[in-house]
Design a protein around this ligand. Structure first.
Ligand code: PGA
Ligand code: ZN
Length: 424
């Protein structure tokens, strides 16, 4: 075996994410001294069916240390991989799944396994001397995604008064990714003036994803403000709006009621509210409009709203749950978060299943990110057409900067624009 592709060392370490919470970084080093390094993102608005995130539960970092997971990488996973061919991604992922032996990766930790899985892919791309997106997707990877910009935050990711987690804008009318991000950020800055004037300077404090945090309750006020910023800049028709409602966090399973703007409402009332929103605003996509087990409700909304309905907590990038959704016609798009499932191979399977069944795919960050940029390459690698990674601060702009670099260096790439759901 050529030394460039033979695994020599696997090193796990504890590093910090953007919230200064511990997370995992993994180095995979081949005999030819090629390095693949990957960081693991961390969710807060987590679905209950996600892969297990192993944390120490000791005094360090208020229980959130990841030394056990690091130990699992260095002492249990690493030794099994020495001498193996780094290009055998699926074989290595399957070996880790087997070593773990649980349904949700709770023995070794989904975070430990994912770190190794991603570092393996990066080491391979480096050994082959091709960009990561080209390695992941091959010759036909060329779609640059529409950035789904979370300009106003709510839910459990921000201390605004809003129930819905993300009030997003999508620059679908841009000609290129660089134009899209410029227009998106211009709207963000313009919106800052509007939000500051209307609801006070405190609103300009940003949430976890870099969006504003006004003390308002009604999502319609947030959408109005976004439209005002878009119109002020003369971008009417070039932007559409979207939401991540993260409705599991608004749901009380005992009462079977949702809380919206201080009121307890039924699922039917919430569905009616969505119908009104979609008829009043240019909303083209809603993520997690209902709680994570309501496949029937998702199916009903998919039919009645006739827009993109994305399953995040509903599918957790898990092919079993996605197949169940497809059978029931629940949602028509997959939110793609690799750490929900725990290996690159399994996540790629979920994207493939989504495409083959006419579902769209939106590649997504977690609210806890690092400066690592593999998310961008993964998005282009699978020709996803839409990426959600927040707005400001380096752990988010780093993903956009990587997109700008790839757009500049690879002339075969093409911005998805209006075709974000079916870019090919
Ligand atoms: P998370 O939330 O990364 O905190 O889980 C993001 C989302 O719900 O999409
Ligand atoms: Zn979500």
């Amino acid at each position: 075996m050529k030394s460039e592709i033979e695994i020599q060392k696997v090193i796990g370490r504890e590093v910090l994410d953007c919230r200064a919470d511990p997370t995992i970084e993994v180095d995979v080093i081949t005999k030819g001294d090629v390095l693949g390094r990957a960081d693991v993102p961390v969710g807060r608005s987590r679905g209950k069916n996600e892969a297990y995130e192993l944390r120490d539960g000791t005094d360090r970092y208020d229980g959130r240390g990841v030394r056990k997971a690091v130990e699992n990488i260095n002492e249990k996973i690493g030794p099994e991989l020495i001498g193996k061919n780094v290009t055998k991604q699926r074989e290595i992922d399957e070996l880790m799944i087997e070593l773990d032996g649980t349904e949700n990766k709770s023995k070794l930790g989904g975070n430990a396994i994912l770190g190794v899985s991603l570092a393996i892919a990066k080491a391979t791309a480096n050994a082959l001397e091709v960009p990561l997106y080209r390695y992941i997707g091959g010759t036909n990877s060329y779609v640059l995604p529409v950035p789904v910009l979370d300009l106003i935050e709510g839910g459990i990711l921000a201390d605004s008064g809003l129930d819905f987690q993300e009030h997003q804008v999508m620059p679908v009318g841009a000609e290129s990714f660089s134009e899209a991000i410029r227009m998106g950020i211009e709207v963000y800055k313009e919106l800052g003036k509007i939000v500051g004037n209307k609801w006070g300077k405190q609103s300009l404090n940003v949430g976890v994803e870099g969006g504003y945090t006004p003390q308002i309750q009604d999502p319609r006020d947030a959408l109005e403000a976004e439209l005002e910023a878009i119109e002020e800049l003369g971008y009417d028709g070039k932007f559409v709006l979207s939401l991540d409602c993260a409705a599991s966090h608004l749901y009380d399973s005992k009462k079977k009621k949702y809380t919206l703007m201080g009121d307890e409402i039924t699922r039917e009332e919430l569905m009616d509210f969505y119908e009104d929103l979609v008829s009043a605003y240019p909303i083209v996509s809603i993520e997690d409009p209902l709680e994570e087990e309501d496949f029937e409700g998702f199916a009903e909304l998919t039919k009645t709203l006739n827009i993109q309905i994305i399953g995040d907590d509903l599918f957790v990038t898990n092919k079993k749950r996605l197949k169940k959704g497809i059978e029931k016609e629940a949602a028509n798009a997959l939110l793609f978060k690799v750490n929900q499932i725990g290996t690159l191979s399994e996540a790629l399977d979920s994207a493939e299943i989504a495409y083959r069944n006419g579902y769209g795919v939106q590649v997504s960050e977690r609210s806890g990110q690092t400066e690592d940029t593999w998310l961008t390459d993964l998005c282009i690698g699978i020709n996803a057409g839409q990426i959600k990674t927040g707005v400001t601060r380096s752990e988010r702009t780093s993903k956009y900067n990587q997109l700008l670099r790839i757009e500049e260096s690879d002339k075969s790439t093409k911005y998805a624009g209006e075709e974000f759901r079916q870019p090919i």
